[in-house]
Ligand binder design. Structure first.
Ligand code: C2E
Ligand code: CA
Ligand code: CA
Length: 588
């Protein structure tokens, strides 16, 4: 093409069609003829040669070629590359998606399982993923975690609902299970809720050691398992069990059967320990409609059975009232001990000897005048105080009162000796002896001013410690008597080892001594025995002259009883000492 321009006007002479020629010229004016890509490339590629460049005429020659044709192969190649790229990207995306799915699906499943494990479902099946090794490993770890958690949960559940030693239910779980049972209307015949106490279990523990004690309890549990496999059996306290018996027959037969099943020697190595029980019973058709109420009422009945040494006690509202009364009374006793109300008094009952002596002897006996109920027998409140752990405070109080009275009498020139009753709990505190000696020292009184009485069963409840302490009492110069002799269990051979100087024959054998030949035999042989062991003997409960004469005849040393005097308040003791001789020998 040739283009001539003058003053804005141009003339084109070209071998190209007119439009293409003009475009080629314009493209030249734009500068670049073509880019790398089809779209930003011109149709023609031109080269210009300036033929004349003057003013006002410019003449140029253009050599043009079709760019389309020139770039054809190149463009095709570009299109190929583009298409291949697209295909490659799509393929990569697809492959990635499939791969991700293979990874994420099992992971998502595991996450779901983990959530269910967290909710406490340990039973679900976890499939092991085989396709990817790491995921397989992870799912195996999940399986073992689930198993571990299940086992641990089972163990925790077991421990929170069972007594670990015996494998029976614990109290709480027994209540839960019984409530379920009570809600189940099918069992309309009802149940007996039985609280079972192993009698004298403490003694078993103390005589044979705790290991043997535990084995005995396990034996009881075993017997319950064996004979009552389908019902609720629990251990609710140290030596207390709870059993629910469906009422398939008469209550009495069921209980006799229960006693039969449980009783019998318990053989441990070469030991044969006989197990005895007391049972408290509440009836679901009568005594309550919730498990905890039935259990509580059976417990109240059991408490009564143990105290009265009965085998069975059925709950009855009177027992509960009495139970409540006892608790109230115990509270009042605490108040009486700490208060200023002077409800408690020490009374003194003379013990009179047959041998010639100037020394007056008394036994200190506690009296409680309740502000509303009046006189409350020590036979009633002392065992209560022993049970409630109040007895040591009582003993301390009595000792102090007695020492104060002794000091008072001494200041009046009267010498006396007072016996104080001790309980098992007193013998379990070695400090009591220091307390006593200190108190005596403070008031300038000799050890002979006090002596102590203790029952065989109280000594035996922790024999080793009690005997050790009694040895120390004797070492300090105190007389010690075995109280209520004849009523306990201790064998005569044990008497030899007891650090005591005196026996007190229980009033049960003395009250009817004049008429009962059985009692006469017992008292006489006791006196013979005491002589063998070089022990002095006091007979308590002497109510008439005939008994007194018999006792004197058989060589009894002292007598105590209503025949000589009832227990007297302290204010009457001065008069007693002023008017009566200290011994019957002095009476002339
Ligand atoms: P115990 O130690 O066997 O006391 C003797 C009991 O027999 C006293 O009963 C006494 O009053 C009673 N008695 C004495 N002579 C006769 C009699 O001729 N005929 C009858 N029927 N009874 C007679 P009490 O005072 O009621 O005491 C009962 C029990 O309470 C005592 O039995 C003792 O075990 C306990 N007790 C009393 N005071 C205390 C105390 O201060 N401390 C402790 N630990 N126990 C005490
Ligand atoms: Ca006594
Ligand atoms: Ca007695």
């Amino acid at each position: 093409s040739f283009i001539a321009r003058r003053n804005g006007e141009s003339v084109i002479i070209s071998t190209l069609p007119p439009v293409a020629a003009e475009m080629g010229a314009m493209q030249d004016a734009a500068g670049r003829a073509g880019g790398n890509f089809y779209f930003d490339r011109a149709d023609l590629v031109s080269r210009d040669i300036t033929l004349r460049e003057g003013n006002p005429l410019v003449v140029k020659a253009y050599l043009s070629l079709s760019a389309r044709e020139a770039f054809l192969e190149f463009d095709l190649l570009q299109v190929q590359i583009f298409l291949i790229s697209i295909v490659a990207i799509v393929a990569i995306l697809l492959i990635g998606r499939v791969g991700a799915q293979r990874l994420s699906t099992p992971l998502r499943q595991l996450a779901k399982k983990a959530a269910r494990i967290a909710e406490g479902d340990f039973k679900q099946e976890i499939q092991e993923s085989k396709s990817i090794a790491e995921i397989g490993e992870l799912s195996r770890a999940f399986v073992s975690m689930q198993q571990g958690l299940a086992e641990r949960e089972e163990k925790i559940l077991y421990q929170s609902s069972h007594d670990v030693m015996t494998g029976l239910y614990n109290r709480q779980f027994a209540i839960t299970r019984l409530d379920q049972l009570l809600a189940d209307t099918e069992n309309s015949a009802g149940f007996l809720a039985v609280v079972i106490n192993v009698r004298q279990f403490k003694l078993i523990n103390e005589s044979f050691g705790h290991q043997i004690g535990d084995l005995c309890l396990m034996e009881v549990a075993h017997r319950l398992w064996r004979h009552y496999p389908d019902t609720i059996a629990a251990r609710i306290a140290g030596d207390e069990f709870f059993l629910v018996i469906p009422k398939t027959g008469g209550a009495n037969e069921l209980l006799l059967q229960l006693e039969n099943h449980l009783s019998g020697e318990c053989q441990i190595d070469s030991l044969q320990i006989s197990l005895r029980f007391s049972f408290g019973v509440a009836d679901s058709s009568r005594d309550g409609d919730s498990a905890s109420q039935l259990l509580e009422r059976a417990s109240i009945a059991q408490d009564r059975a143990r105290r009265e040494q009965d085998a069975f006690v059925f709950y009855d509202h009177r027992i509960e009232e009495e139970h409540k009364k006892r608790i109230l009374l115990l509270n009042d006793l605490k108040g009486a001990l700490s208060g200023e109300s002077e409800q408690l008094h020490v009374y003194f009952q003379p013990k009179v000897g047959f041998a010639d002596t100037r020394e007056y002897r008394f036994e200190a006996l506690l009296r409680w005048i309740h502000p509303e109920q009046g006189f409350v027998s020590p036979e009633y409140f002392i065992p209560l105080a022993e049970q409630a752990g109040l007895i040591t405070r009582i003993t301390d109080w009595v000792i102090e009162q007695v020492v104060l009275h002794l000091a008072d009498w001494k200041s009046r020139g009267l010498t006396a000796s007072v016996a104080i009753n001790l309980s098992a709990k007193d013998l379990a505190r070695p400090g009591i002896l220091d307390l006593i000696t200190l108190l005596l020292e403070q008031h300038g009184l000799p050890a002979a001013a006090l002596s102590f009485e203790i029952t065989e069963s109280d000594i035996m409840s922790d024999a080793e410690a009690a005997i050790a302490l009694l040895h120390r009492f004797r070492g300090q110069g105190f007389d010690v008597a075995i109280d209520d002799f004849g009523t306990g269990y201790s064998s005569l051979s044990q008497l030899k080892h007891m650090p005591v100087s005196e026996l007190k024959i229980d009033k049960a054998f003395v009250l009817n001594l004049d008429s009962s030949t059985d009692d006469q035999i017992i008292v006489r042989s006791t006196l013979l025995l005491a002589r063998q062991f070089n022990l002095k003997v006091v007979a308590e409960g002497v109510e008439n002259q005939q008994s007194l004469s018999l006792l004197q005849q058989w060589g009894c040393h002292w007598i105590q009883g209503f025949y000589l005097s009832k227990p007297l308040p302290a204010r009457d003791i001065l008069e007693w000492m002023a008017s009566k001789p200290a011994s019957l020998a002095n009476a002339g």
